[in-house]
Design a protein. Structure first.
Length: 252
C-alpha cells in the first residue's frame, strides 16, 4: 500500500525522483471495548496500548484521549432572593462530553502549539461547548463554562483518572485510564495522536461502549422508553417503603 501511495505521489508531481518520504505509522487497541455497569460496579481500569513505527529523526509524542458520550447539559445559576435560593438563570451547552481524560508522554504545552491542541480538543480548555444563545454575554458565558467544568471535575469525570503514556520498548506504548463508578453510559471514543516535533503525523480512533447490565439495565431502559410507567412504579415503591417504615418503627 505504501508503495502504491509513493508511486501515485510521483505521478502527481508531489515528490521528485529519488526523493525519500519519511512516514510514521500508529497502531492502537484497548483492553476492552465494552464496560458493563452493575449494582456492584466500583470502577475499573482501561488499558490503551499500541505501537509506533517511526522513520527519520525527531521527537515523537503520543497523546491518548478518552471522551464521551456527548449530550446537552444545562447549567443553572442560583441566586438569593426573598430569603431563599432560587434558580435564576441557565445556559444549555450542546455536545458536552460526559467524561474526558487525557494521557500524554509530556505536558501538552510541550507537545504541540495551542492552535493544534484546540483543533483536536486535546484539553479541557479547548473543548468546543456551544451555548444555546445567539448573543451570549462573554462574562456570563465564562462563568457558566467554568461552573460546568468544576462540577464535572468534582464528580471525577473531567481531568483526572489517567496515567502518563509510557514506552515499554523503543516503539511500544501504553496508557491506563481509571473508569469511575459514576461514568455515564453511552458511546465513547479512544483517540490516539502521534506528534513529531509538534506536527501531527498519525491518528487513530477506537470505539468504547459503557452500558448498564442486569436489573440496572432494565430499570434504565424502562425509564427511557416508558417514563410514565417508571414514575408510577417509583411512586408506589416510595409510598410502600414509607408505610413499611412507619409500621415497623411505630411506638407500641
Amino acid at each position: 500500500m505504501r508503495g502504491r501511495l509513493l508511486a501515485l505521489a510521483c505521478l502527481c508531481g508531489l515528490i521528485g525522483p529519488g526523493q525519500v518520504v519519511l512516514a510514521d505509522t500508529l497502531a492502537t487497541d484497548i483492553s476492552s471495548h465494552l464496560v458493563q455497569i452493575s449494582s456492584s460496579f466500583t470502577g475499573t481500569s482501561l488499558l490503551v496500548f499500541g505501537a509506533v513505527e517511526a522513520e527519520g529523526p525527531g521527537r515523537r509524542d503520543v497523546v491518548v484521549v478518552l471522551r464521551g458520550p456527548e449530550r446537552p447539559v444545562t447549567v443553572r445559576r442560583k441566586e438569593h432572593r426573598f430569603g431563599i435560593w432560587l434558580n435564576a438563570s441557565a445556559t444549555t451547552y450542546g455536545g458536552v462530553p460526559g467524561f474526558f481524560a487525557v494521557a500524554t508522554t509530556r505536558p501538552l504545552d510541550q507537545v504541540a502549539a495551542p492552535g493544534e491542541l484546540a483543533r483536536h480538543q486535546l484539553d479541557i480548555p479547548y473543548l468546543r461547548l456551544e451555548a444555546n444563545t445567539t448573543t451570549p454575554d462573554p462574562a456570563a458565558d465564562a462563568d457558566f463554562r467554568g461552573a460546568l467544568v468544576r462540577l464535572k471535575t468534582a464528580e471525577g469525570l473531567y481531568g483526572g483518572a489517567a496515567l502518563p503514556v509510557t514506552f515499554s520498548a523503543a516503539n511500544l506504548f501504553r496508557a491506563e485510564f481509571r473508569v469511575p463508578s459514576n461514568m455515564p453510559p453511552g458511546s465513547y471514543k479512544v483517540e490516539a495522536y502521534l506528534y513529531r516535533d509538534g506536527e501531527l503525523v498519525a491518528a487513530q480512533s477506537s470505539p468504547l461502549f459503557v452500558d448498564k447490565s442486569g436489573l440496572e439495565r432494565r430499570l434504565f431502559t424502562l425509564s427511557r422508553q416508558r417514563p410514565a410507567i417508571y414514575a408510577t412504579v417509583a411512586i408506589i415503591l416510595a409510598v410502600a417503603a414509607g408505610w413499611l417504615a412507619a409500621y415497623v418503627f411505630r411506638r407500641p
